[in-house]
Ligand binder design. Structure first.
Ligand SMILES: NC(=O)C1=CN([C@@H]2O[C@H](COP(=O)(O)OP(=O)(O)OC[C@H]3O[C@@H](n4cnc5c(N)ncnc54)[C@H](O)[C@@H]3O)[C@@H](O)[C@H]2O)[C@@H](O)CC1
Ligand SMILES: Nc1ncnc2c1ncn2[C@@H]1O[C@H](COP(=O)(O)OP(=O)(O)O)[C@@H](O)[C@H]1O
Ligand SMILES: [K+]
Length: 606
């Protein structure tokens, strides 16, 4: 379950040897035996030409090579025909690897030294790659490089010891050349590079072999990266993926998500997001949209409620005050903001007001609608009043009224209805404002209730453009922010390049999460989830069919829905990502090819 770096692995090795007292040779013996067992299991699946399987072990001069020599002994004992090719003259082996070299010679196992081009690969049924492990520095040099190329070209099945030779154990970068393994037996712990792309693709099926280093030691040594598979979902996150429900519950038990998404021409983003949120189990979903979109969208997701926000007839968010959206948050349990939102003048400041309102701060702009209303602390009423003040048409003012009404703010609603009438009469914003502010002044004394926030797509671009983000109010416990950037958005947030993000995905997500106290979901193959406390997960589910427009909108809806159900952000983000990927895998299985996958399919397979 843990994902370790080469350096962490060295420390765990040392502790086991020096403090626990297990000799390194014992670990190596366990490692080699596990590799041999994997090879034998593979032999059983191969169509052999009648006799026993013939294995060729490629051994480097370090401990990875030592593991391979142990495997050769066990293969031989199990009756397989086994030969060893040393990458370097065997005299160069030292320490435990040298002990294995001598034992191997006494066993009578055939061994030779690599001479590029001299191996007759047709004489073997399979290859054990024990050339390079976690001690690798840079791209494989000769003669390792030639051996790797020849082994790949042989077409034989390859079992890699610990990591495929040529893989960067920490980053998943694949050097040229690099072994393309069918199986990898990770020793004691899965190395990060086996979970991160592109490393994951060259590792084949990965299993983790216990070799005597206790799993709990990883906790002691503060290893805080995890492979997110079903075992981790169940054991580490403590989640049963069938999401059982108590019988005696009702829709109010499962939270109410507010999705603010969609604009012309990206209304579909909101559609996907809201559908996914409902499929992910929230009790209720409200979809806030620019008013112009409301009518065509009515009934498209019959299970969701539509909340049209006055947009000056534009069909986008440019004329929708942040306070109008903030007002809608009352009575909701999470807000998803971003899919299909678009960009507009002043949007970073707009986002800040939404951020602060959902963090429980009264937006300063509320004061403009009537200082008294703001002082009374009635954010929905004040915000709706502000909205009405900004409204220049009767329709917009009526829209503001519906916002206030949905926020459960009857006084505010009355104020805005009044404003609508005033606008109809006087058609000036000033009239609307004064009409609105009087009843709003009488509004009840309430502060906005903090609620969890998911920021996706353009909301992330707005955030990236906010030079003052470091000064934004810190979110209280219970109102976490989950950011779901793809690598391009992550690069904008970090103000670096996409290749820099991709070179160290865990580092990129973790550094931003720790610095800003947010949860980061860095999407893409092997999505990384990072928490403000420095914990990171690398997801194991999903497929390239999910590289299709709208998949991210589905993910944002899932995470928002789980947050609305009261899940803590680490569980909501990690499980949401895993579930999204698994639904994508199931949807792909149902079709002939992953290429056919559409984002809506992912929501359908939740
Ligand atoms: N106690 C331990 O340390 C254990 C280690 N184990 C194995 O030991 C491995 C790590 O062993 P080592 O630290 O000896 O390192 P490796 O066996 O991975 O390789 C180190 C050797 O390769 C050479 N080398 C490094 N980069 C190279 C490059 N780019 N091209 C060509 N040669 C290169 C180095 O000069 C060094 O001689 C693990 O991956 C695992 O397989 C296991 O036996 C379990 C116990
Ligand atoms: N090759 C892949 N393997 C696994 N998951 C993928 C792959 N490509 C994309 N995805 C997933 O699909 C989603 C795409 O999201 P995003 O890039 O925001 O797309 P959009 O904005 O079109 O919705 C993310 O959850 C991402 O992790
Ligand atoms: K290897």
């Amino acid at each position: 379950m843990h994902l370790v770096t080469a350096e962490e692995m060295r420390r765990l090795d040392r502790h086991t040897i020096d403090t626990i007292g297990l000799p390194a040779l014992v670990l190596m013996e366990n490692a080699g035996r596990a590799i041999a067992e994997a090879a034998l299991a593979l032999s059983a699946q191969l169509e052999l030409r009648g006799g026993p399987a013939r294995w060729l072990v490629l051994a480097g001069k370090g401990n990875n090579g030592g593991d391979g020599l142990v495997a050769a002994r066990h293969l031989c004992e199990a009756g397989a025909e086994t030969a060893v090719v040393y990458a370097e003259p065997p005299e160069r082996l030292t320490g435990d690897a040298a002990v294995q070299r001598d034992a191997l010679a006494r066993f009578g196992i055939a061994a030779s030294v690599c001479a590029p081009g001299a191996i007759d690969w047709r004489a073997y049924d399979g290859v054990i790659d024990a050339l390079l492990g976690t001690g690798t520095r840079g791209a494989p040099r000769e003669p390792y490089a030639s051996l790797i190329r020849e082994a790949n070209a042989s077409g034989l099945p390859i079992v890699a010891a610990d990591i495929p030779s040529g893989l960067d154990a920490d980053t998943g970068a694949v050097h040229e050349p690099c072994i393309r393994a069918d199986r990898t037996v990770a020793l004691a712990f899965r190395k990060r590079g086996l979970a991160l792309h592109p490393g994951r693709e060259v590792a084949g099926d990965v299993s983790v072999a216990p070799i005597g280093i206790p799993a709990w030691l990883a906790e002691t040594y503060g290893v805080r990266a995890f492979h997110l598979d079903e075992a981790a979902v169940r054991k580490r996150l403590g989640i049963d993926p069938s999401l059982p429900r108590r019988t005696d519950t009702h829709k109010g038990t499962y939270g109410h998500v507010l999705v603010a998404a969609g604009s012309l021409p990206m209304a579909g983003a909101g559609l996907l997001c809201v559908r996914a949120a409902l499929r992910a189990g929230c009790g209720l979903a409200t979809w806030a949209v620019p008013a112009r979109l409301a009518e065509p969208l009515l009934g498209r997701v019959p299970e969701a409620m539509l909340a049209p926000l006055a947009d000056g007839g534009r069909g986008d968010w440019a004329a929708v005050p942040a306070e109008a959206l903030a007002a809608l948050c009352t009575g909701r349990s999470a807000l998803v903001l971003g899919p299909g939102l678009g960009r507009f003048e002043g949007d970073s400041a707009w986002l800040r007001r939404v951020w602060e309102a959902t963090a429980g701060v009264v937006p300063p702009v509320a004061a403009d609608a009537g200082t008294a209303a703001a002082q009374a602390g009635d954010t929905p009423g004040a915000a709706a009043a502000a909205h009405a003040a900004a409204a220049t048409t009767t329709a917009d003012a009526a829209c503001a009224a519906s916002v206030a009404a949905q926020a459960g703010d009857t006084i505010g609603a009355a104020a805005i209805t009044h404003a609508a009438a005033a606008t109809a009469r006087a058609t000036t914003a000033a009239d609307a404002a004064s009409a609105a502010s009087a009843p709003a002044r009488a509004a009840a004394n309430r502060s906005p209730k903090p609620l969890p926030l998911v920021l996706d797509a353009d909301a992330l671009n707005m955030l990236a453009d906010a030079d003052d983000f470091a000064g934004w109010v810190k979110r209280p416990a219970g109102a976490p922010a989950v950011l779901t950037p793809h690598p391009g958005e992550m690069a904008r947030l970090l103000r670096c390049t996409v290749p820099e993000v991709q070179r160290d995905r865990i580092g990129a997500a973790r550094s931003y999460a720790e610095k800003h106290g947010v949860y980061v979901v860095l999407k893409g193959a092997g999505t990384v989830i990072a928490t403000p406390a420095g914990i990171a997960y690398v997801n194991s589910t999903g497929n390239a069919g999910m590289a299709t427009g709208g998949s991210g909108d589905v993910l944002a809806g899932i995470i928002g829905s789980l947050l609305a159900q009261g899940w803590d952000a680490e569980k909501a983000a990690a499980f949401g990502v895993w579930w999204h990927g698994r639904a994508g895998d199931r949807a792909a299985e149902a079709r002939m090819t992953t290429a056919s996958l559409m984002a809506g399919d992912i929501a359908d397979y939740l």
